[in-house]
Design a protein around this ligand. Structure first.
Ligand code: B16
Ligand code: MG
Length: 217
């Protein structure tokens, strides 16, 4: 039976991808090249340091480790400036109602995000108390698609992986869930999130009944 739901943050609870994009783009521009929103897709669910490597490769740049650290720090400062403006209004459609249904169904909840800023974002949107466990970038050593972030969430909730459903908007995140032996609901397009057990456009289009039918898959 399904006992716990594990949620990705960016793209599922709140849309911070646009702020990551703006901050990375500002950094790329200072280095003399540009990145598009389409390019930004592949950075979703990928850690800060790995994202930087992908962007530098895209710009054809080879730089020192010290310079990389300085760039990642600068990007995060710009990103923090952007997210400091966030309020509960930034919560994505359907999330608040979905959490009411989750609590009514007595399911456990965990956050599974590779972001080191996850707690700060949950504070800003007033959802820090909605999770029984929070696994973020400060608690993991391997990013998605490695299943570590979700396996740690299941362990903290004292449930088995096959009793968990993961909600993810990123290809790397869905892969992490499946590699961890969990059910995965993709938030986005079925053509993109091909590994997911079910794909919906947003949590507004999903009922608890549909979630429970997944365990029969
Ligand atoms: P930070 P998620 C991920 O969050 C983002 O999707 C990804 O774009 C970002 O690089 C990563 O967090 C690290 O974020 O720089 O704040 O530590 O989707 O796993 O909730
Ligand atoms: Mg995400």
């Amino acid at each position: 039976p399904i006992k716990a739901l594990l949620f990705d943050l960016d793209g599922v609870i709140v849309d911070t991808a646009i702020y990551h994009y703006q901050a990375w783009r500002r950094m790329a521009n200072t280095l003399g090249f540009d990145i598009t929103e389409e390019f930004n897709e592949q950075l979703k669910g990928i850690s800060r340091t790995e994202s930087l490597e992908i962007i530098l490769a895209h710009g054809g740049l080879t730089i020192s480790e010290d310079h990389k650290l300085a760039l990642a720090t600068q990007k995060n400062e710009w990103y923090l400036e952007l997210i400091s403006q966030m309020t509960p209004a930034a919560i994505l459609p359907g999330v608040t109602d979905f959490f009411v249904a989750v609590k009514a169904a007595h399911l456990k909840t965990a956050l599974g995000s590779v972001s080191k800023n996850a707690r700060l974002i949950l504070e800003r949107i007033g959802m820090i108390d909605d999770f029984d466990s929070i696994i973020d970038g400060t608690k993991i050593s391997r990013g998605k698609p490695d299943p570590e972030v979700f396996l740690k969430g299941a362990a903290e909730l004292h449930v088995r992986p096959d009793e968990c459903v993961v909600f993810e908007d990123a290809v790397a995140g869905v892969e992490a869930a499946k590699r961890g032996g969990m059910l995965a609901v993709g938030i986005g397009l079925p053509s993109v999130l091909t590994q997911a057990d079910l794909v919906v456009p947003s949590l507004a289009q999903l009922t608890m009944e549909e979630v429970f039918t997944l365990s029969a898959v």
